[in-house]
Design a protein around this ligand. Structure first.
Ligand code: TYD
Ligand code: MG
Length: 467
C-alpha cells in the first residue's frame, strides 16, 4: 500500500511537462502538438518550446501600495518630435518618453530604413540615440546610412542579439532619448532555452527591454517582422505590452508605403503616414491624393474617384471596376483593396433597388495604387464605378464621389464631408456627388466654386449613367 502510494507520487513528478507547445502566431499554449492552432486557426504555427520556469516561493513579502485618488492633475505625457512629420503624426504628435512602440511589417518593406532615418533625425536634433541591430553588422548599417545621406548623424550603433549585453548598455548610458531594436525576433535572453524568434524568447526579451525603457525614461522602437498572412508572428505577443503598435505596409509593386497606427495609448489609432520609396530612402508624401491619382486616366468607363478619409486626413483614390460576361458557372467576385462582403451587398442593392442587373457577370474591383479602404463611405464611388462599367459611360472627369449606401438604396451621411470637399477642390476637382447635407451652413471658401450633386437614393446615381 505504502509502496504504491510512493509510486504514484513518483509518477506525478515525472509527468510534469518539461516542454509545451506554443502557437508562433497568437501565442496560445497547448499540451500537445497540432497541425493547426485551435485558438487562431493558423496552420503549421505550433512549435515545441521548453516550459517556462514555475514561479518559486516569493522572495519578499508584497509591499503596501500607496493608493491615489482619481481626481488630481494629470499633465499630458512629455513628447519629443522625431522630425519626420508623417511618423510624428501616426505617433499622435511625437514620441512619448518612456514608451515602447512596436513597428511591424513584411520583411523588406522598409522598417530598418524608416527607423534608421528616424534615429538619425533625432540624433541630429541633439538627442542621444542608440540603434541596435541583431540583423546587420555595424558596417552594413554604416553603408545604409551613407546611401541614405545620414552618415553624419551623431548616432550610436551596436550589433548584438544578446539582451543581457544590450541591457547593460542601456542601464549604464546617460540621457538616452531613443533606442531602436531591429528586430525583436533576433533578440535572445540566455536564461531561456528556446531559440530567438520563438514566442517565449520574444516575450521575455521584449519584456526586459520595455522594463528598462520605462525605468530609464527613453523611448523604445521594437521592429517586428510579420508573416505573409499579415499577422505579427511572434511579436504579436508584445502587442499588449507596448504602448503603440504601428504597421508599415505597402505593395511591393508600388513605390509608396503606409504607416498605420493600430494601437496607441497616447493618441488616435486611425492615422496614417504616407511615404514614397526612393533610392535615398523614404520620402514623406505631403500630398498623398496626388500620388494615388497620378496614374489615373480620365474618360474611361469603370473608374470613379473616391474622396476618402484616412484618420483625420482626406485622401482621394481611384476605384476601378471591370465587368465581363461569365460563360456559365458561378460568376467571379474579385476585390482588391475593399471588402468583398460590402461589394456583394452593393451589387444586391443595385439589382433590387436600381434595376442594374450585374449578378450574372464577373465583377473585378480594384482600389488603384494598392491602398486598402475600410470606410463605408466608399459605397457611392464603388457604385459609380460599377454603373459606369455596366453602361460604358465614363464618370464625370472632374467629379469625386462619397456616401454610404443602405439596404433600401438610401444614400447616407458620412463624416467630415467638408474636409473631403476641400481636398477635392485642392486637386482641381469641380464636382462632388455626395449625400444630401443636413447642415446647410456656410461652405468652406475653398469649395465655393464646386458643383455639389446631392443624392438621396442610389437610383439617382444610376440614372446619371443610364438616363
Ligand atoms: P529595409 O528597410 O531593409 O526593409 P525591412 O527592414 O523592413 O526588412 O528595406 C528593404 C530594401 O529596400 C533595402 O535593400 C533597401 C531598399 N529600400 C530603398 O532602396 N529605398 C527605400 O526607401 C526603402 C524603404 C528601402
Ligand atoms: Mg530590416
Amino acid at each position: 500500500m505504502s509502496q504504491s502510494r510512493h509510486l504514484l507520487t513518483n509518477c506525478c513528478i515525472m509527468a510534469k511537462p518539461t516542454t509545451r507547445f506554443v502557437c508562433q502566431s497568437c501565442g496560445a499554449v497547448t499540451a500537445k502538438w497540432a497541425g493547426r492552432c485551435e485558438t487562431c486557426g493558423e496552420w503549421n504555427t505550433v512549435a515545441e518550446e521548453p516550459a517556462e520556469a514555475r514561479p518559486g516561493p516569493a522572495a519578499r513579502p508584497g509591499r503596501k501600495l500607496a493608493l491615489e485618488p482619481l481626481t488630481g492633475t494629470a499633465a499630458p505625457p512629455p513628447r519629443r518630435l522625431v522630425g519626420i512629420g508623417e511618423l510624428d503624426r501616426v505617433l499622435g504628435g511625437g514620441l512619448v518618453a518612456a514608451s515602447a512602440v512596436l513597428v511591424g511589417g513584411d520583411p523588406g518593406i522598409g522598417k530598418s530604413t524608416l527607423l534608421l532615418q528616424a534615429a538619425a533625425s533625432m540624433a541630429r536634433a541633439g538627442s542621444r540615440v542608440l540603434y541596435v541591430s541583431g540583423e546587420e553588422a555595424v558596417d552594413q548599417i554604416r553603408l545604409r546610412a551613407r546611401r541614405l545621406g545620414l552618415a553624419d548623424a551623431p548616432l550610436s550603433l551596436a550589433a548584438s542579439i544578446n539582451v543581457r549585453d544590450i541591457a547593460a548598455v542601456l542601464e549604464s548610458e546617460r540621457d538616452l532619448s531613443l533606442v531602436v531594436i531591429d528586430s525583436i525576433q533576433t533578440m535572445w535572453l540566455d536564461n531561456i532555452e528556446s531559440a530567438p524568434g520563438t514566442v517565449t524568447q520574444v516575450r521575455a526579451s521584449g519584456f526586459e527591454l520595455i522594463r528598462i525603457a520605462k525605468q530609464r525614461g527613453f523611448s523604445l522602437f521594437l521592429v517586428g517582422h510579420v508573416t505573409k498572412e499579415g499577422t505579427l508572428a511572434g511579436p504579436r505577443v508584445l502587442e499588449h505590452m507596448v504602448d503603440a503598435v504601428l504597421h508599415f505596409e505597402g505593395d511591393r509593386g508600388h513605390q509608396f508605403r503606409i504607416l498605420r497606427g493600430t494601437k496607441n495609448r497616447f493618441g488616435a489609432t486611425d492615422e496614417i503616414g504616407v511615404f514614397e520609396m526612393t533610392d535615398r530612402g523614404l520620402a514623406e508624401v505631403a500630398n498623398p491624393s496626388a500620388l494615388f491619382l497620378a496614374e489615373r486616366r480620365g474618360h474611361i468607363a469603370g473608374s470613379a474617384v473616391f474622396a476618402g478619409l484616412e484618420g483625420s486626413r482626406p485622401v482621394l483614390l481611384e476605384i476601378q471596376a471591370l465587368l465581363s460576361a461569365n460563360p456559365g458557372g458561378s460568376p467571379r467576385r474579385s476585390v482588391v483593396g475593399w471588402d468583398g462582403g460590402r461589394l456583394s451587398m452593393l451589387l444586391a442593392v443595385l439589382d433590387a433597388r436600381c434595376d442594374l442587373k450585374l449578378s450574372a457577370l464577373d465583377v473585378y474591383l480594384n482600389v488603384a495604387g494598392g491602398l486598402r479602404i475600410t470606410e463605408p463611405a466608399a459605397d457611392l464611388a464603388v457604385a459609380a464605378a460599377l454603373a459606369s462599367a455596366a453602361t460604358g459611360r465614363p464618370t464625370h472627369a472632374g467629379a469625386v464621389y462619397f456616401g454610404e449606401v443602405g439596404l433600401s438604396g438610401e444614400v447616407r451621411q458620412v463624416a467630415q464631408a467638408d474636409a473631403r470637399l476641400k481636398e477635392a477642390a485642392k486637386l482641381g476637382f469641380e464636382r462632388a456627388v455626395l449625400p444630401r447635407r443636413v447642415a446647410r451652413g456656410n461652405r468652406a471658401p475653398a469649395t465655393e466654386g464646386m458643383v455639389l450633386d446631392e443624392i438621396g437614393h442610389l437610383a439617382d446615381l444610376v440614372k446619371q449613367f443610364t438616363g
